[in-house]
Design a protein around this ligand. Structure first.
Ligand code: ADP
Ligand code: ZN
Ligand code: ZN
Length: 804
């Protein structure tokens, strides 16, 4: 119910306080309705911000996301708001009669302390009082005082913890001769006189408003001195609200490789793509608005994003540019900064709450024309979204793998449609799903098959580096048991001799090991479902199938060739690093993985270090695959390509192909050329073969076939249900109960096309002390059967990106 005072001021998207039980809670107004559905409604207490915190398009996006992902609407809305806004309500305590003395009456020690505190400080919020009472439960005492009428209590929302930053400035307020005349008579003691004189002289030299911190530093004066000058009318002191700018650091620290402020002349391929994109901006009825920009690394995709953003700004709207991880794409960020100075806002996981809040407010006011950031940047409250780009749209980081689960690329597509904005998905390796959708006509595919610098090259080479496959089984046969093959060692040696750089890539996911024969390459598989078995040292039975639950003990000899060389295999980047150091003592080796990048700015530091050629070899994991442009890198060594292939996951081959192709694309980005050495125990695997030829089309055709045969997406949809418990017995029991319940549902609904897979322990069966069990539903529309089934305690993922 709207109280009369708020009539006309509140609408959809406003942040308000409402009574919630005996407390006050924050809420976002979803819509205003004339006839409430429930008999008893409560009045809205207050409006917390005169502007809506969510736009209409955002509200609709939240509704659709909640609907399609089975997340609660509140969880989605909560995620869209910056954290400073989502605070819990607090209680404000006020003395009823501040004049009456405390000692007059009979109070307990705690009661007296509360009263004394409030007398001294004025009204205080509960959380403020907490700080004065270490380990004392003062709330009971306070309640008693409220009951007796000594204190008044009121539910309120505390002010946001994050506030805009202010800077104090000072500026000369009189003509120069008048300031000159005032100089001799500025203070009684010599010390103050000298300080004030030098401050005033400084301001006489600089006509602009100056940050006081600078004046302090230059003249030795203090705030009192400046206040004195202000009182005399010689200067004006002002507080100016400034926007925190998280880009300051990036802009100044690393100068760009090229000056990107001038647009290039487009290549014919780019031109074709650009014409299609440009058409989407024209207001007409039946235009394609969703594009799959399929272009190899270095083919000029970013240039098209820049053009599209310029077009949008010209039309008075804003652009959202999503990237997998901002710390890893400084080059892309710099190009946007150079092209649109002062108009770009960054959303970044390492922003302080204050920085985040500022960016949010600037976006809401339409002051920022371009927002760049990872998946959460999609929720920047831009007033008129005119373009959404998802660069490297295949990347796994677009999926939020904690509740509320959602896929930012899917959400971007929904949002773009709601905003009637063109949406560009760009990648060298779109997912099978994304490519399949373009085949169905859901998106328009635009192809950039060649690297820019090879565009005028008459050969049919796309400019991608040649890949040499090394069969590691042969290495073993010739007695080399190290991490590096002969070929990779020689290649490294050459690169180091020439003073160039090398990247050593390790697909670290899956150090949880699988088992294979070093003689014949046979991977131990489940006899029931052909899924690779994984090795778990902690269990009773060493080998486990994570698809059907089959277990057995570790093999003594290879079931295929009877060799004793059957081993569990796992390999860490530390090991690669130390072996590289041993082999090449003179080389400077740098490691880049999740362990070395925990501290703030570590990505930038390591990358900057390597880019500045302060290291020769960079050893790293998945991050290396993401959009780096390092011209001195002429060798990429893929230490073990097939780890990801042997995991029990229908998306394993796709992920491996994409990673290998992306990593291989890091080599030879300049005129120096480059090559890739790919080590594997499964050289014949189609994902390895296709990646070694940079052959997306070949991989796509084969993988699509596999998916069709096995009935996996895009030929079905999946829902993954996970139960976690500290007690393994409980985890299993809950999973079995749910499986029975869902099996009945499938029969009752006659969902003959829906399978229930499981229940089985997850591949990563134990995580942070939790035992994990899962059930996978597969069918045309498996999510719909869950509506109405209580899923308390379950994590429900619609269209998961992995089943591990
Ligand atoms: P991608 O985003 O596909 O990896 P980029 O847009 O980064 O490709 O382009 C690769 C390189 O080519 C960049 O250095 C970029 O500045 C340059 N470039 C892009 N388009 C052109 C063009 N039309 N003419 C000349 N250079 C270009
Ligand atoms: Zn099995
Ligand atoms: Zn064997």
């Amino acid at each position: 119910m709207l109280p009369p005072a708020l009539e006309g001021k509140i609408g959809a998207g406003h942040l308000v306080t409402v009574p919630f039980g005996r407390q006050t809670a924050q809420g976002v107004v979803l819509e205003l309705i004339g006839q409430p559905a429930v008999a008893e409604t409560k009045p809205i207490f207050d409006l917390l911000d005169p502007l809506p915190v969510l736009t209409g398009a955002q509200l609709e996006l939240a509704r659709q996301m909640a609907g399609s992902s089975l997340n609660p609407l509140a969880a989605i809305i909560d995620m869209m708001l910056p954290s400073g806004l989502g605070q819990q309500a607090d209680v404000l305590f006020t003395l009823s009669n501040p004049q009456s003395s405390i000692s007059d009456q009979q109070f307990s020690a705690t009661q007296s302390r509360i009263l004394t505190l409030l007398k001294e400080k004025g009204s205080l919020r509960g959380r403020q009082i907490d700080r004065h009472f270490d380990k004392v439960d003062w709330r009971k005492a306070a309640q008693y005082l409220v009951h007796r009428g000594v204190l008044a209590s009121q539910s309120i929302l505390p002010p946001p913890t994050v506030r805009p930053k202010f800077v104090r400035t000072v500026q000369l307020a009189v003509p120069l001769d008048q300031a000159e005349a005032a100089l001799p008579d500025l203070g009684r003691t010599t010390a103050t006189l000298v300080r004030r004189q030098s401050a005033l002289r400084l301001l006489m030299r600089d006509p602009d408003a100056v940050n006081v911190a600078w004046v302090y530093a230059e003249s030795g004066c203090n705030l009192a001195d400046l206040q004195e000058l202000d009182e005399r009318g010689l200067v004006v002191l002002r507080e100016t609200e400034i926007w925190r700018d998280p880009l300051e650091k990036i802009e100044s620290s690393q100068p760009g490789r090229e000056n990107s402020s001038i647009p290039f002349e487009l290549t014919p391929d780019q031109q074709r793509a650009w014409e299609a994109i440009q058409a989407a901006f024209q207001p007409c009825s039946r235009r394609p608005f969703l594009f799959l920009l399929h272009g190899v690394t270095g083919s000029g995709k970013t240039e098209l994003y820049l053009r599209a953003a310029a077009e949008v700004i010209r039309r008075g709207k804003q652009a959202l540019i999503l990237v997998p991880e901002i710390a890893i794409t400084p080059q892309m960020v710099r190009r946007f900064l150079a092209r649109f100075p002062g108009q770009v806002g960054l959303v970044h996981s390492r922003l302080s709450p204050g920085e985040r809040y500022d960016t949010w407010r600037r976006a809401r006011l339409g002051l920022l024309k371009v927002i760049i950031g990872p998946r959460s940047a999609l929720f920047a409250p831009l007033p008129a979204v005119g373009l959404i780009v998802a660069d490297e749209c295949h990347d796994g980081s677009y999926y939020q793998s904690e509740p509320p689960f959602y896929h930012a690329v899917e959400a971007a597509k929904i949002y773009a449609r709601l905003c009637e904005a063109p949406c560009i998905l760009g990648s060298a390796t779109p997912t099978i799903q994304q490519r399949y959708q373009s085949e169905l006509g859901d998106s328009l595919r635009l192809e950039l098959p060649k690297r820019i610098q090879f565009f005028n090259n008459p050969s049919d080479s796309a400019g991608l580096p040649p890949v040499t496959i090394i069969d590691m089984r042969d290495e073993l046969k010739s007695g080399r048991r190290g991490i590096f093959s002969q070929a990779l060692m020689e290649a490294l040696e050459q690169v180091l001799k020439k003073g160039q750089q090398a990247i050593l890539f390790l697909n670290r996911r899956g150090t949880a090991t699988y088992v294979f024969c070093r003689e014949c390459g046979t991977v131990a598989k489940c006899p029931q479902c052909d899924t690779p078995l994984t090795f778990h040292a902690e269990g009773l039975s060493d080998l486990r199938c994570h698809r059907c639950g089959y277990t057995r003990k570790m093999f003594e000899v290879c079931p295929h060739c009877h060799s004793h060389q059957i081993r569990a295999y796992g390999l860490g980047s530390e090991k690669v690093e130390s072996e590289a150091r041993e082999l090449f003592p003179a080389a400077r080796v740098l490691r880049w993985d999740w362990e070395t990048t925990r501290q703030k700015d570590a990505h930038e530091i390591i990358l900057g270090h390597f880019a500045a050629h302060r290291a020769d070899i960079l050893v790293g994991t998945q991050m290396l695959a993401k959009g780096l442009d390092l011209p001195l890198v002429t060798l990429v060594g893929i230490v073990l390509a097939d780890v990801g292939l042997s995991l029990p996951d229908p998306f394993g081959a796709e992920r491996t192909f994409s990673l290998l192709t992306q990593v291989a694309g890091r080599a030879g980005r300049s005129a120096l050329g480059g090559r890739v050495v790919l080590q594997t125990f499964q050289p014949e695997h189609y994902a390895i073969q296709a990646a070694s030829r940079h052959d997306y089309a070949g991989f796509y055709a084969r993988e699509l076939d596999e998916r069709r045969k096995l009935g996996y997406p895009p030929f079905s949809r999946l829902v993954r249900l996970e139960y976690r418990a500290f007690d393994p017995v409980k985890a299993e029991a809950e999973a079995r109960l749910m499986a029975v319940r869902l099996s009945k549902e499938i029969v009752m609904d006659e969902r003959i096309q829906t399978d229930l897979i499981g229940p089985v322990p997850c591949f990563f069966a134990k995580m942070g002390g939790w035992y994990r069990w899962q059930i996978v539903l597969r069918g045309p529309e498996p999510g719909s059967m869950l509506r109405g089934i209580p899923m308390t305690g379950w994590r429900v993922e619609v269209d998961p990106v992995s089943l591990l």
